[in-house]
Write a new protein. Structure first.
Length: 118
């Protein structure tokens, strides 16, 4: 299966954890330091990417914004069209880089970061 090959390719990268399995949302997700950056949902590769990149991929006809079956598109989540001739590893690596850029530095604690806004 193509997704399992992708998981195998990304294992061994510091901070990346494999899909946990089981049931419920995220069961097929790749995570970086606990945050999902790629997952398989209903046979489609779903990736967290910068919003402008998602917009560009959609405009190019590569897929759609992911909506988690809630009817509201998530601006930083892209669902690759099954027929798209895209290299999954390069897209997942791009999503991983985005996740790394958003992650706190190793050893950082919540108190060391800016407080959450509500």
């Amino acid at each position: 299966m193509r997704y399992l090959d992708l998981v195998d390719d990304l294992m061994g990268i510091d901070g990346v954890t494999p899909p946990p399995g089981g049931s419920g949302f995220g069961r097929g997700s790749l995570k970086y330091r606990g945050k999902i950056f790629a997952m398989l949902v209903r046979g489609r590769l779903v990736l967290k990417l910068p919003a402008d990149r998602v917009t560009g991929l959609i405009a190019a006809g590569e897929g759609v914004a992911f909506d988690a079956n809630k009817g509201t598109a998530m601006r930083e989540w892209f669902s690759l069209a099954p027929a798209a001739d895209r290299d999954w590893l390069s897209l997942a690596t791009e999503a991983l880089a985005f996740a790394k850029s958003a992650a706190p530095s190793a050893g950082a604690t919540r108190s060391a970061r800016a407080p959450r806004t509500r």
